[in-house]
Each structure stands twice: as structure tokens, then as C-alpha cells.
Design a protein around this ligand. Structure first.
Ligand code: IMP
Ligand code: MG
Length: 180
């Protein structure tokens, strides 16, 4: 593992080594296993691109029958008078009556997850919960419950394990924090 890396114009140092991420993923998977074991075919929905690595490791630790799918939140401008509107793309099948677990890489202000939960709620699932690898409590300003938080961090900017800085760093197995 390199202790210091450079991506674009910024320097990052190791903050959370892969082994520590693995323990946090195992702990959150254990909670989900306990809560969903007896529920009818839960559906995990990963939010691309950031959640791909977390989703992959999490799913290997899930011990009940389940389905999984990925979606993307696409920003578009329209007439540019209503601000940033995001639409959910990639969800082709009905989720009516299903127990849905949204899988995110990081919940920061909560803007994205709120959009996502509101959209999914309108499709009448049996239940929705949110599972995120990282949660920034000091930044979160929404009321949507974030049930499963593998790790909580401060307001620092991190990369690695799926998270990017301008598209770089997603492939790193450790998590790094910006230093400048
Ligand atoms: P939110 O809508 O403010 O909760 O932000 C969610 C999105 O911002 C995440 O899905 C990430 O794409 C991005 N983001 C927020 N904090 C970080 C970070 O520390 N590193 C990388 N991406 C981040
Ligand atoms: Mg994301």
C-alpha cells in the first residue's frame, strides 16, 4: 500500500486500510443478515458508480436469498430554471411490494439519497432502507433515515474503494484522505 498518492492536482494519504474496511463491511452485513433473514426476497439496489466495490464485498457476506440491481442518478439541466434535477435510470422492473435496500458509497449532505428514496417510495415498495459505506454526520441535513452506516467520518474529502476525485481513485483498495 502506498501511504501517499497524487490524483490530478491533489495529494492524498492513507486513512482507512483495506482490512479495516473489510471489518466494517462484515459488521454491517451481519446487521442486515439479522434484520432481513426472514423477509421475502429482498432487493439490493446499488447506486453507480461509487457503490460498485462496496456492493460486491457486501453481497459476498449476505446469507439469505436476494436479488441485486444497479441504478444511476443522472443530473440534467432541462431549461435550467429549476436547478439540479436528478432522474433515476436503470430500474426497469417493478419494485412494488419488495423490501428494498439502497446501497451507497457515501452519504454527505443527503441530497442524492433523498432524491433516490423519494423516487423509490413512489413505486410502492414494501419497505426501503439505506445502507452506506461512509456517512458524514456533520454534513447530513436531511430527514431520510440512514439505517446502516458502515463507517462515520468527518467532513474530509476521501477517495478509494469506489469513491473518486474527478473520476480517479475508484480502483484503490484502501481509502485515502485529501491533504491539501
Ligand atoms: P450528497 O448528495 O451531498 O449526500 O453527496 C453524495 C455524493 O457526493 C456521493 O455519492 C459522492 O459521489 C459525492 N461525495 C461526497 N463526499 C465525497 C467524498 O468525500 N469523496 C468522494 N465523493 C464524495
Ligand atoms: Mg455516489
Amino acid at each position: 500500500m502506498k501511504n501517499v498518492i497524487r490524483l490530478h492536482d491533489k495529494t492524498f494519504r492513507v486513512m482507512i486500510p483495506a482490512a479495516q474496511i473489510d471489518s466494517a463491511v462484515a459488521a454491517v452485513a451481519e446487521r442486515i443478515n439479522a434484520d432481513y433473514r426472514d423477509k421475502q426476497l429482498p432487493l439490493f439496489i446499488g447506486v453507480l458508480n461509487g457503490s460498485f466495490m462496496f456492493m460486491s464485498d457486501l453481497m459476498k457476506k449476505i446469507e439469505f436469498d436476494c436479488e441485486l440491481s444497479f441504478v444511476k442518478l443522472a443530473s440534467y439541466c432541462g431549461t435550467c430554471t429549476t436547478g439540479d434535477v436528478r432522474s433515476l435510470i436503470g430500474l426497469n422492473n417493478s419494485i412494488e411490494g419488495r423490501h428494498v435496500i439502497i446501497v451507497e458509497d457515501i452519504v454527505d449532505t443527503g441530497e442524492s439519497i433523498e432524491h433516490m428514496v423519494r423516487d423509490l417510495e413512489s413505486r410502492k415498495p414494501a419497505s426501503i432502507s439505506v445502507c452506506t459505506l461512509f456517512f458524514k454526520p456533520a454534513s447530513y441535513s436531511k430527514t431520510v433515515p440512514v439505517e446502516y452506516r458502515a463507517m462515520e467520518i468527518g467532513n474530509e474529502f476521501i477517495v478509494g474503494y469506489g469513491l473518486d476525485y474527478d473520476q480517479l481513485g475508484r480502483n484503490l483498495k484502501d481509502v485515502y484522505v485529501v491533504t491539501d
